[in-house]
Design a protein around this ligand. Structure first.
Ligand code: ADP
Length: 242
């Protein structure tokens, strides 16, 4: 029994140190890449001759904006996870118009993906009780993943419908899909599908954990339907207020 226990501890420590190693590797990529890209872009913008090249100027400003956004999202997801872990997130519940929130979140994606992004908003009962900021983050996280885990160009659709007393929001992609055995784990903290050769996308494995926590705090449900090579659908089920 002692041996088994010792093995358990060793295995547990191994897993912990692996998690730590992955976390540090991901940190390096997720934080350092944008920082050094921003540094390079500001170096370019600091050259006086750039003022004679407005197109190049715009391009580098765009790069800085994009990378800064990426950095912001990553820092937010790490901080949100830390706060959730300590039970420090309190929802600010108010009546919200779901379609208006979806519209706001998808503005920038629409600009980026154009015809590869579609909205199919069929629900008619769309007033819900929700924390606006966290709900926006949840939808943004699901859209970001749909883009990250797809080929180019990604094909993404957000749709809504009413079913019984529910409002259902679905975010679907035609991306790489999630292996069946991974499905029960994708919402776990730090979990990432081990398909490094299939997709070369870095991340912390924290986004979906945040999504799940926020969905749980609202007492909503989230389901995933996915098939390898076909795509994934994430569905949020929101009970309508009486
Ligand atoms: P991250 O994207 O930082 O790895 P997430 O918690 O958002 O972390 O997602 C966990 C894992 O679930 C991802 O690493 C990826 O393997 C898988 N995944 C999430 N969303 C999708 C999607 N839309 N299509 C395919 N795989 C996905």
């Amino acid at each position: 029994a002692f041996f088994a226990y010792a093995m358990f501890i060793i295995l547990k420590q191994k897993r912990l140190s692996e998690v730590q190693r992955d976390f540090i590797n991901n940190m390096t990529h997720e934080f350092q890449t944008p920082i050094s890209t921003i540094k390079i872009a500001t170096d370019v913008l600091a050259q006086s001759k750039i003022l004679e090249q407005p197109e190049r100027f715009k391009k580098y400003v765009q790069i800085i904006k994009q990378e800064n956004n990426r950095l912001k999202n990553q820092v937010e997801s790490v901080l949100a996870t830390a706060r959730i872990g300590k039970g420090q997130i309190e929802l600010d519940m108010k009546l919200q118009e779901l379609h208006e929130i979806i519209g706001e979140v998808s503005d920038s994606v629409k600009a980026e993906l154009e015809d590869n992004f579609t909205l199919d908003l069929n629900a008619t009962k769309t007033t819900i009780n929700a924390d606006r900021m966290h709900l926006m983050n949840v939808i943004r996280n699901l859209i970001d993943n749909a883009i990250k885990y797809s080929g180019k160009p990604p094909k993404i659709k957000i749709s809504t419908r009413n079913e019984n007393n529910l409002l259902i929001v679905s975010i679907s992609d035609k991306g790489i899909g999630i292996p069946r055995e991974a499905l029960p784990k994708i919402f776990n903290k730090f979990y990432r599908v081990p398909t490094g050769n299939l997709h070369n996308v870095k991340g912390f494995g924290l986004g979906l954990n945040y999504v799940k926590e926020i969905i749980n705090l609202h007492k909503w449900k989230i389901n995933v339907i996915s098939e390898m090579g076909v795509g994934s659908v994430f569905e949020i089920n929101i009970p309508l207020p009486d």
